[in-house]
Structure formats: C-alpha cells, structure tokens
Design a protein around this ligand. Structure first.
Ligand SMILES: Cc1cc2nc3c(=O)[nH]c(=O)nc-3n(C[C@H](O)[C@H](O)[C@H](O)COP(=O)(O)OP(=O)(O)OC[C@H]3O[C@@H](n4cnc5c(N)ncnc54)[C@H](O)[C@@H]3O)c2cc1C
Ligand code: SF4
Length: 328
C-alpha cells in the first residue's frame, strides 16, 4: 500500500473543494476502498473522510417517496419500517448483500460506487485488464474464466458485471441518484448511473470525478415488489444472477410490471420488452410469464463460461414476479 494523507471534510463544499486535486479520493466507511488500496486498484495521495457530512437521513416525503442519504448505512435502510412495508424489494436487496458486519458499516453511496468482482480486475498480480489498466487486454475474454461475466451489453474490451444488489432494486424502482459538484446539482436515473464498458471500461459510472453523491430518491407506490438473489451459498455471497421486480396486479392479472436483472451486465439490466409483454398475463400462468420474459432475451450474448445464465436469469425473473404477486 502506498502512503497517503488523511483529512476529514466538515461540509459538502469542503469535500468538493478537496476533489479539485486529482490525487484525492473520498472515503465513506472504507469497506470497499480499503480493499482497493491493499490490492493497488487505487493509489490516492490523499483520502478525505466524508462520514461527518449530514447525509445519513432516511426520509419519507409527503407523497410517500423515499430520500436515502448517501451516508445512510445499508442496515439502517433495510430495517426502516417504511422501507420494509412499502419497498420490500429495497429492504431485501440490502438485507441479502454482504454480511451483517459490512451492512452495519457500509453506506448507500459507497454501495453504488463499488466495482466489479471480476477476478482478473481484483487479482493481486498484474494481469491483462482494460478496466484496471486501459489498453492491457482482457484476461477474461482472452480464454479466461467467464462464468461470472455478462450476457448483455458487453464489449470486446470488457465483459465484467456490476455486483451491487441495491443498484438492481433501484433500477426496478426507477430511482434517481442526486449528485452535487462545483457546477451544481445533477439528477441521474438509476438505470443509467452505471455505464456499459464500451471502449472505456475504466469508467465505471456517470459520476464525474469532481462530484459527490448526496442522496438517492425513490418514487412512491411501486406496488408489490420482490428481490430474488441466486448465489452459490445462502449468505455473504455476491449474486450469480438476481431479479428485482415491482408490479401492480388485479385479481391475479398483471397490470404493469418492472424487472431489473443483476449479474448479467455491467449495469442493472431492465427488461422493457418483457415488461410490455407482461401486461394482461396471469401470475398463475408460468408459461405465459416465461414467454413474456423471453422477449427480452433474444439479444442475450452468453460467453463460453456463462451460457447457464440465460436460463437462470429467465427463471429468476419469473419466480420473482410470482413471489411478488403472492403466488408460489
Ligand atoms: C466481502 C464483501 C462482500 C460484499 N458483498 C456484497 C454483496 O453481496 N452485495 C452488495 O451489493 N455489495 C456487497 N459488498 C459491497 C459493499 O456493499 C460495499 O463495500 C459498501 O457498500 C461500500 O460502502 P462504504 O461506505 O464502505 O464505501 P467506501 O469503501 O468508503 O467507498 C467506496 C467507493 O465509493 C466512493 N464513495 C463513497 N461514498 C460516496 C459518495 N457519497 N459520493 C461519491 N463517492 C462515494 C468512495 O470514494 C470509493 O470510491 C461487499 C463488500 C465486501 C468487502
Ligand atoms: S472482464 Fe473487464 S474487468 Fe474483467 S479482465 Fe476483462 S477488462 Fe478486466
């Protein structure tokens, strides 16, 4: 680990001022960043601690929407009574992430800013990885293990997936990330906050280097909702694939539904074609649900190691819809 200096920001303006120096990185609770320092993924000259900023609120607006402060802890949001009652998809996505110890520390903003778990990106020896060292190649696509990689939206430069559970729920909820920078406030839809790799895999998301996340806003009335996480062990494990769904149904028939998948792309992957096809389908019609969901898989491009994700992700989406609708 390289030496760095450490300071605490007392105000948002102080944190933004510190970001003018390109050698500065913000640190919230450090559950991700400290790993990157140890692994050499980040080598900042200066860390600025933002945990003293007044950004930890969890507020319910008059219309029933939510405002989650960027520094709200994952466990506090998951346990909030309104979140549990009206936004179960959100509570479940947080509750199934990481471990209890991590959730007690880690923040909402830090969760959205985490980076891929691609083993070549995280390796402690230098391996070809365009995300870590632009232009160095891609060890995964060049004959490596692609079992944890993308089936949608990948490029010839990178096929990594994004590991946050929360981000998948926020995409299904049509949430918005609010950022501030020296040029003012910017509201970024959660569906577009994370980038596809394209030719610039080293750019992980749309936050500019001089910006800070202050909050996440979740609109009211998502209807019934559920987060299904498929993983290799029952706790403390990242998703192989996951599905976040919200739906309004009457007499067991879907009026409208939204679906976002995790573990299949470099950002939460919404299924617009499936969402359109689901209107009018009964929740107790598994074949109808499956056919609707399949509409969004015609452009899936699995890699040699992850063909199983095409089937798994469709099954996860159907099961999440049925669970949200109270049908087993
Ligand atoms: C072993 C392990 C298992 C995990 N499992 C899961 C899992 O199953 N599912 C899941 O979703 N997550 C998982 N995580 C990720 C975990 O949720 C994140 O580590 C955590 O949310 C990061 O929050 P933090 O406050 O510690 O961020 P930090 O580590 O302090 O910061 C991480 C990054 O976010 C930036 N940042 C933090 N706050 C802001 C802000 N307000 N504005 C701009 N930038 C900011 C920092 O500059 C840094 O780049 C796991 C992590 C670990 C270590
Ligand atoms: S998939 Fe992306 S993160 Fe993984 S080795 Fe290739 S370039 Fe790096």
């Amino acid at each position: 680990m390289r030496p760095f200096t450490y300071a605490r920001a007392a105000t948002v303006d102080e944190a933004l001022g510190a970001l003018r120096d390109p050698g500065t990185r913000l640190i919230a609770c450090g559950t991700e960043l400290v790993n990157w320092l140890k692994e050499g993924i980040e080598t900042p000259a200066r860390l600025v601690d933002i945990t003293g900023l007044p950004l930890a609120g969890i507020d319910v607006s008059d219309d029933g929407g939510l405002r989650l402060g960027a520094l709200a802890r994952m466990s506090d949001v998951a346990a909030h009574p309104t979140v549990r009652d009206r936004f179960p998809v959100l509570a479940e996505s947080l509750h199934r992430a990481a471990s209890a110890q991590l959730r007690n520390m880690a923040t909402i903003g830090g969760n959205l800013m985490q980076r891929t778990r691609c083993p070549y990106f995280r390796a402690d020896v230098e391996l070809p990885c365009n995300k870590r060292l632009p232009g160095s190649g891609c060890a995964a696509l060049d004959g490596g293990d692609t079992s944890s990689h993308a089936i949608f939206g990948w490029s010839n430069d990178c096929a990594a997936t994004f590991p946050s559970d929360l981000a998948v729920a926020l995409a299904a909820l049509d949430a918005t990330v609010t950022a501030v920078g020296e040029r003012g406030v910017r509201r970024i839809p959660a569906t577009g906050f994370h980038r596809l790799p394209g030719t610039e895999p080293a750019r992980h998301n749309e936050l500019a280097p001089d910006e800070l996340i202050v909050a996440v806003d979740v609109p009211a009335a998502p209807g019934a909702s559920h987060y299904l996480k498929v993983r290799e062990r029952a706790s403390y494990e990242f998703a192989v694939v996951s599905a976040a769904v919200t739906l309004h149904a009457e007499d067991g028939v879907i009026g409208d539904a939204r679906i976002a998948l995790g573990g299949v792309a470099h950002r939460p992957w919404r299924l617009p074609a499936a969402e359109q096809a689901l209107a009018g389908i009964a929740l107790d019609d598994p074949a109808g649900l499956r056919a609707a969901v399949a509409r969004s898989f015609t452009d899936a491009r699995p890699l040699p190691g992850n063909k199983f994700k095409v089937e798994l992700a469709q099954r996860a989406a159907v099961r999440a819809l049925r669970t949200a609708g109270g049908v087993q």
